[in-house]
Design a protein around this ligand. Structure first.
Ligand code: AMP
Ligand code: MG
Length: 270
């Protein structure tokens, strides 16, 4: 459907979600060269709508990016924001909770990063870590993390009700593609800073992470805050898909320029 080309990536909350049914290397019928041009057009439109959202100052948007290591969260953010107005965006990265973060409930630090009205927030990891790494590595007992799916649905519904659209993308990379990319990080001095030996521990837990992602996505994809499973083995597909997903939701919001102050219409500046 031309009006909603990313619909096939959206997780239908009425259906049982199976992560293994989702391709990691699909091209979605796109071609690399024309996709670059298409991305340019999507960016131009994003720029217009971002500016309107900013001027309107009534609503905000959060784009949540979740993925295994090396799936391309950082690359997606870099690509998405290039050519757009940095003043309209707020990027938030969530690492291992430390200091006051560790002394509060898991949503505390996330809520504090929700963008103000008019802004688009991009979350590099998020509250989902608290049902992913925390579950897989037993950082909290099942009795604690198992309640969080419901908290998360409630939290995201609250944001939606109060004017913040939450859109969530899982960058779906294959285990073999991750191997290649981690190897590149080891071998390339410009990329090595991103590699941690602990990444290999997470890689060993691949199946458990897939299970945790399946449950997290299946249980928290809602009409108010949908999940998208984005094929991420090809960077150009991933970049265009995420840009289109954000654009789709901005088009749906349809932000409007605020009415001019009284007395501006027809004013002649001397
Ligand atoms: P990176 O995104 O590569 O900078 O790594 C951030 C690390 O922080 C990842 O290993 C995440 O799993 C970890 N992390 C993020 N949130 C949490 C959390 N709530 N509890 C434990 N670890 C987390
Ligand atoms: Mg990392």
């Amino acid at each position: 459907m031309a009006s909603d080309p990313i619909a096939p990536l959206r997780v239908n909350h009425h259906k049982q979600f199976e992560l293994r049914d989702h391709s990691t290397d699909a091209t979605l019928g796109w071609h690399k060269e024309s996709a670059a041009r298409e991305l340019g057009r999507v960016k131009l439109r994003l720029d217009v709508l971002q500016q309107r959202l900013f001027a309107e100052k009534q609503r905000s948007v959060v784009l949540v990016l979740q993925a295994m290591d090396a799936a391309g969260k950082d690359g997606t953010i870099r690509n998405m924001l290039s050519g757009l107005n940095p003043a309209g965006f707020r990027v938030s990265s969530f690492g291992v909770p430390g200091g006051p973060e560790a002394q509060h409930d898991y949503l505390w630090r996330v809520h504090a990063e929700v963008p103000a009205k008019g802004l688009i927030g991009i979350f590099n990891r998020s509250h989902y870590e608290d049902v992913l790494v925390v579950r897989v590595k037993n950082f909290a007992p099942r009795a604690v993390w198992s309640k969080r799916y419901e908290h998360i649905r409630g939290f995201e519904q609250l944001l939606a009700d109060e004017g913040t659209t939450v859109v969530k993308c899982f960058l779906n990379v294959s285990k073999d593609e991750q191997r290649k990319r981690l190897q590149e990080r080891v071998d390339d001095p410009e990329k090595r800073w991103k590699f941690r030996l602990g990444d290999l521990d997470d890689r060993k837990l691949w199946a458990k992470y897939q299970q945790a992602y399946q449950e997290a996505i299946g249980r928290t994809s809602t009409a108010a805050a949908p999940w998208y499973v984005v094929p991420a083995d090809r960077n150009w597909v991933r970049n265009l898909a995420v840009a289109k997903i954000l654009l789709h939701h901005l088009e749906k919001l349809d932000p409007k320029m605020p009415p001019p102050e009284d007395g501006i219409d027809g004013l002649v500046v001397e």
